[in-house]
Design a binder for this molecule. Structure first.
Ligand code: SF4
Length: 577
């Protein structure tokens, strides 16, 4: 059966351009693992960027690995074939280092499954000298790595373009200098804690209060406290673009180019908007230079960033890329930063769908979540899109947000119906009615946000709201897509978890992904993590990290949202007053 797996890997490689294949001789080998499918992993620009950055170092060879596809999993389990890297089809256990890149909390179990399938003990203390060192990077690692603290040798906190090559380069140097493997590991960890943006969990003791909240964190052996994330001071020096093209991604053969890091809008539910601070826009010539490299592999370019349409020189960028013959796509656009030039550029590039995220159905709730978008601006943007002829519009909303009432859910229905009406009016074409989609997801109170003190809505109420929206919008021909609230709740537990949540992950691993059984046997109350409004003074499991956003500011934002402090005047309200 093994041949089936290697044959599939070879076919995937044949469908790619830009793959890096290096000889292993004398190099440090790193298996860069995305804990989800090839399709999802190859759609991730961060994963691709680190692959490129590591392989640019001559002393490192980096190969990719993924969670086995569902149809291949029984093959691995039955025949004991370990997870293999894509490039050379070697077992992960043969690599010097295994580095996970995680952007979604519900992939945590996949990481343990990949280690177990690869016959690499999941806990560092059970690994032998010859086993690889295991680390993790990606946005989950620096928002709250604690649920995985028992399984990783270290975490990369922050942007890894510089710290990835630096850390693996260090391990190679130390190993060259110190032949005794135990002494080499000790020397490596001593040096590792001096690198900014690295967290070595076994050097920190977390003490808990009787009620399960964190009492204190103590660092040993010179480990820093707080642990600071790494951030690129000069993003222009690093082209963050997709290295490999393949049809087998969400974006097809499109090349992804990052326009900048961070977003200054301050939506109170948004973790990315906080942990990527400060906002760093790349300069126009740097993006156009990166686009030249991307265009060598195909003419379609996807612009990526927390809020691409906010890029200060967006019209010039679109014009510059169009002049180079590029077709352009954007993941989503802010309704209040949409310009005719941008819409025209996207339409001329063949864009089929524009997504706008009002997030909430009423202006009241939008004020609470600090989404400074009123209905007038929203409908203006919809008119602009409808008149341009972009064939599909998607509206995105979140349900279960703090202070939400039945009126806010009715508001979503009202907004969606009004948008449908305006599209119809602009196009005078009944067939365009089918082109409006409403996406709904459940609010998860994430670390490092103003809403980190809030409780999550219960699964039943979220399911009821989804049913209501689907029923009401279906009547007028609007298609609704939505997440699954029970998985959102799991995401909340994993995102907000402390080290005790690692026990839950181990139970889920033992029970082959049966979460119901894992929760039954876990001697802790999951509601403690997600269904509890926190007092302002509570210490969070992630409070010993420093990611560039201040807790004091978040506290003020939270109190403003809850009406405990006066709200600031939001620009659009001031304009209307
Ligand atoms: S939701 Fe979008 S606009 Fe708001 S802070 Fe996050 S990235 Fe920025």
């Amino acid at each position: 059966m093994h041949w089936q797996l290697t044959d599939k890997a070879r076919k995937r490689l044949q469908g790619e351009t830009g793959t890096v294949v290096k000889d292993w001789g004398g190099r440090l080998s790193v298996a860069l693992v995305f804990p989800n499918s090839y399709y999802v992993g190859m759609s991730n620009l961060g994963f691709q960027t680190i692959y490129g950055a590591l392989n640019r170092r001559p002393e490192i060879v980096c190969e990719r690995a993924f969670l086995p596809d569902p149809e291949d999993l029984p093959v691995h389990e039955r025949s004991g074939v370990p997870v293999l890297s894509l490039e050379s089809q070697r077992p992960l256990r043969e690599f010097d280092c295994v580095a996970f890149s995680a952007t979604y909390e519900n992939d945590y179990l996949h990481m343990l499954q990949i280690l177990a399938l690869s016959k690499i003990p999941v806990r560092p203390r059970e690994r032998a000298e010859g086993d690889p060192l295991v680390s993790m990077g990606g946005v989950c690692a620096w928002s709250n790595p604690e649920p995985l603290a028992a399984f990783m040798d270290w975490f990369f906190l922050g942007e890894g373009e510089e710290s990835g090559p630096e850390v693996f380069g260090l391990w190679r140097e130390v190993r060259e200098a110190e032949r005794d493997p135990i002494a080499a590991r000790a020397a490596f960890f001593r040096a590792l804690v001096r690198i900014e943006g690295v967290y070595v969990p076994h050097l920190y003791e977390v003490r808990y209060q009787e009620d399960g909240t964190v009492a204190d964190v103590v660092a040993r052996d010179g480990a820093p406290l707080p642990v600071r994330k790494r951030r690129l001071a000069r993003p222009d020096d690093h082209d963050t673009i997709s290295v490999i093209r393949t049809e087998d991604t969400e974006f097809g053969p499109m090349g992804l180019v990052e326009v900048g890091k961070g977003c200054g809008r301050g939506c109170r539910f948004c973790m990315e908007g906080e942990i990527y601070r400060p906002v760093r826009h790349r300069h126009l010539p740097a993006i156009l230079r990166a686009a030249d490299a991307a265009l060598e592999q195909g003419r379609r370019i996807g612009l990526v960033g927390a809020c691409v349409s906010d890029y200060p020189w967006i019209d010039e960028l679109i014009a510059g890329l169009r002049a180079k013959g590029a077709d352009i796509s954007l993941s989503s656009v802010r309704a209040d930063s949409l310009s005719p030039g941008l819409v025209r550029g996207l339409l001329d590039s063949g864009t089929q769908t524009l997504t706008i995220a009002p997030e909430a159905g009423t202006e009241r709730l939008r004020t609470v979540i600090h989404k400074s978008l009123n209905d007038a601006r929203l409908f203006e943007a919809v008119d602009l899109i409808a008149a341009s002829g972009v064939p599909r519009v998607k509206l995105y909303f979140m349900i279960g947000q703090p202070t939400e009432t039945a009126e806010d859910i009715e508001g979503i229905i009202h907004v969606a119906k009004t948008v449908r009406h305006r599209i119809l009016k602009a196009r005078r074409d009944p067939s365009s009615l089918a082109e409006l989609t409403v996406g709904v997801s459940s609010f998860v109170p994430k670390p490092w946000t103003a809403f980190q003190w809030c409780a999550m809505a219960d699964v039943k109420s979220l399911e009821g709201k989804i049913r209501q929206l689907t029923r009401e919008l279906r009547k007028v021909g609007i298609h609704v897509t939505h997440d699954v609230p029970k998985w959102a709740r799991l995401q909340g537990i994993l995102a907000r978890g402390n080290r005790h949540v690692g026990e839950l992950l181990l139970l889920a691993l033992d029970h082959k992904g049966d979460w119901r059984r894992a929760f039954r046997e876990w001697p802790r109350n999951p509601d403690f993590y997600v269904c509890r409004e926190r007092p302002l003074g509570e210490r969070f499991p992630w409070d010993h990290f420093e990611v560039g956003t201040k807790r004091e500011r978040l506290e003020i934002e939270y109190q403003r949202a809850m009406g405990l402090l006066p709200e600031r005047t939001i620009a659009w309200k001031a304009a209307l007053a």
